[in-house]
Every structure is written in C-alpha cells, then in structure tokens.
Design a protein around this ligand. Structure first.
Ligand code: PAF
Length: 284
C-alpha cells in the first residue's frame, strides 16, 4: 500500500489504476482507525478493484471547544490496519493541501434540513464541514463507490442527499455499525473514556435495544418510550443530548404509520460525546 500526501500524487495513482480498467472504491476517514473502519475498507475491497482510503482530520467540521487538537493522530498504526484490510492507496493530505487558500475562503457545500437538528443542533456547522470535505475528497479521488459507517447515521443521510442533489456519479454504501461484545458501538472517541466510563457506556445501546423491541412489538408511544429511556441513560451518569425516533430517510419525527424508522441517541459521558442508532424496518 502506498501513502501519498499530495493531490498530484493521488491523481497520478488513481489515473493509473483507472486506465488499467480498475473500479475505484473509497473510504474517507479521520484516522485513529478501529475494527469498524477495517470493515468499511474490506467492503470497498469486495466491491472495487482498487481501494483508496483517506486520513484527514478535517478542521472545518470541528466546532469551537471540540476535540480537533486532541484528536489522536496514529498514522503508522493506521497504515498497518489499512494494509491488512485490503487498501491499496492511502491519501493523507495536510490542511494546506486540502485548503490551500485557507478555510475562510473555501467554497462550502451545505445540505439543508437533513443537517439541521440531532447532531446538527448541538454541532452547528458540523455537517457543512463534512459535506464540504467529502465533496472535495470525492472530486479528488473520483471513486466509483464510497463506503461509510451507519453509526454516523445523520452523516450518511447528508452524504446520500449531497450525492443525489449534486448528481455525483458515486455509489454510496452504508455499512452496519460494528460493536464491542457489550454492545458499545466502536468509535475513535471511545478511547477518551476512562475504565469506569467505558463500563457505563453500553447503557446507550441497551436503551436503543429496549426501545427497538418495544416498537417492534407494536408500541408506538414514542414519547413514553423516550422518557423511560432518558431516565435510564441519565441514571447511569450520562448527560443526554438527544434521544429521538425518526423516519429513516428524511429524519423527520416518526409517526405511528412509519415503517422505516431509526432511533438515534447522543449523550455525553464526562467530556466525551457518544452517538449511536438502531434502524428498524417494521412490517406493514
Ligand atoms: O466520519 C468521519 O470520519 C468523517 O466525518 C469523514 C466522513 C471522514 C469526513 O471528514
């Protein structure tokens, strides 16, 4: 696996692969990779002949006071994991390579409605930063397909909408969340948790599962289900950001008639913000 840092080198390598008739798969990441990322790369390797991953901690998607500076940079370990998972080329640009004229004059991509509410409410500008960097990376790599984790459900919905609205000829694949044995969704941010916090964190998945099984058994009193589980989450010592039952595609509040439903949660454990979700396809 080659690692390149410049757009010029990236383009040369991708052009070479494409001229050999290869289908290009892409996995954008911010590094500090875990097993969940490896499954994204493996999926891309299954669906494409030449897999490009990127590692770029994108300042544009971090708000003031968020963890941009302390976000772990673990390039050597990440390279090893990407190689094992079947990646052929790693693009690891600098901030200057991505934003040569500075971020304040950078053209932005914004996806209305889907970017508002949920994580967008507590992280203003976050999804504009994500949509902007992902569209830049798409234009740089020009992949046939790109793979994202369903753990970042709202992010995936924003990217799907961006690709559709801007007519980008890229297939977007969402891969199921990878979990630890106790149900905690794998996340680079889990590394911030103390041992004690790590033991508490699976309460989020337990709450999602509890709500999911009630909904699957016909309970449509979403307000009551939320209240009960908010109590559980707060009793465990987390500070809730949101717990919502939404329609799976547009992310508007779910109604009793919806069949495509997602339960989404975000909560702080100390200073660490954790998110998770469960998607349900309910029988008609
Ligand atoms: O999910 C992430 O790691 C990031 O938001 C992404 C998609 C790589 C954009 O910076």
């Amino acid at each position: 696996m080659n690692t390149v840092k410049t757009l010029r080198e990236l383009r040369a390598a991708v052009t070479h692969a494409r001229s050999a008739g290869k289908r290009i798969g892409f996995v954008p990441t911010m590094g500090n990779l875990h097993h969940g990322h490896a499954t994204l790369v493996s999926k891309a390797a299954e669906q494409a002949d030449f897999v490009v991953a990127s590692i770029f901690v994108n300042p544009l998607q971090f708000g003031v006071g968020e963890d941009l500076d302390k976000y772990p940079r673990t390039l050597a370990a990440d390279q090893e994991k990407l190689l094992q998972a079947g990646c052929h080329l790693l693009f690891a640009p600098t901030v200057d390579e991505m934003y040569p004229d500075g971020m304040s004059v950078q053209t932005r991509v914004s996806v209305p409605q889907l970017s508002e509410g949920l994580c967008g409410a507590s992280r203003p500008g976050h999804f504009e930063g994500v949509a902007t960097v992902v569209s830049k990376l798409f234009n740089m790599v020009q992949p046939d397909l790109a793979v994202f984790g369903q753990k970042d459900y709202q992010q995936l919905a924003v990217i799907r909408a961006m690709v559709r609205d801007l007519n980008m000829p890229i297939q977007i694949i969402g891969e199921p969340t990878v979990r630890a044995e106790d149900g905690l969704a794998l996340s680079s941010r889990n590394g911030y948790l103390t041992e004690e916090q790590r033991a508490i964190a699976p309460v989020l998945f337990r709450s999602l599962r509890h709500m999911a099984s009630a909904i699957q058994n016909g309970d449509r009193d979403f307000a009551r289900l939320r209240t009960e589980q908010i109590q559980q989450i707060e009793a465990a010592g987390l500070r809730l950001d949101y717990l919502e039952v939404r329609q799976g595609l547009h992310l508007r509040p779910a109604t009793a008639e919806d069949r495509d439903v997602v339960i989404l949660v975000a909560a702080y454990l100390g200073a660490t913000r954790l998110i998770d979700n469960l998607h349900l396809n309910l029988p008609a």
